[in-house]
Design a protein around this ligand. Structure first.
Ligand code: SF4
Length: 170
């Protein structure tokens, strides 16, 4: 494993954490401190159920790498199932991070975001721009997770649907 992948492992940088960083750094910090209410949220469950039911199990393979990256492969593509396009950037960067991690292991893949409820899909390719964004994000995530204080709550459209909304603004 190269140094950068070791750094990702030391941050315990899962795809979900990358996703949360792009949604809201405060959400990432809260989740990192063990306030993982999202695991029980209906949206996460819905995503899992949609993924299970919408695509035939025999064509999907679930792989866990280094106890850190947990991905589904469908038709040779790294797939991520989402129930809505609302968090498009965060979802794209989550898949981009998986592709980036795989590249670090010498494996080149492309990805796909699947929206079964919308009957849509969106391809994800690891471009050089995305690589730079991911590396910048990793540096920022490192700073956020090491910080002893909680990032400031900044109200955004997503807050009304966030599991921490009462904690932040209640
Ligand atoms: S409620 Fe808003 S500010 Fe608070 S963690 Fe969620 S997204 Fe971030």
């Amino acid at each position: 494993m190269n140094n950068f992948l070791e750094a990702l492992e030391s941050l315990h940088l899962t795809g979900v954490r990358v996703n949360y960083f792009f949604v809201c750094p405060r959400k990432l910090w809260l989740f990192d401190r063990g306030l993982s209410m999202e695991q029980h949220s209906e949206r996460v469950l819905l995503g899992k159920i949609l993924g299970e039911e919408s695509y035939p199990r025999e064509r999907r393979r679930h792989i866990t790498i280094d106890d850190l990256i947990s991905i589904d492969i469908l038709d040779n593509l790294v797939q991520e199932v989402k129930h809505s396009k609302a968090m498009g950037k965060a979802s794209t960067m989550q898949v981009g991070y998986y592709l980036y991690y795989l590249r670090g292991l010498g494996i080149e893949r492309e990805g796909v975001l699947l929206y079964p409820r919308l009957r849509k899909r969106k391809g994800v390719v690891l471009t050089e721009v995305m690589v730079q964004e991911i590396e910048e994000a990793v540096r920022e995530i490192g700073k956020i997770l090491k910080a002893s204080s909680l990032p400031k709550a900044e109200r955004k459209l997503y807050c009304v649907r966030c599991v921490y909304s009462e904690f932040c603004f209640g």
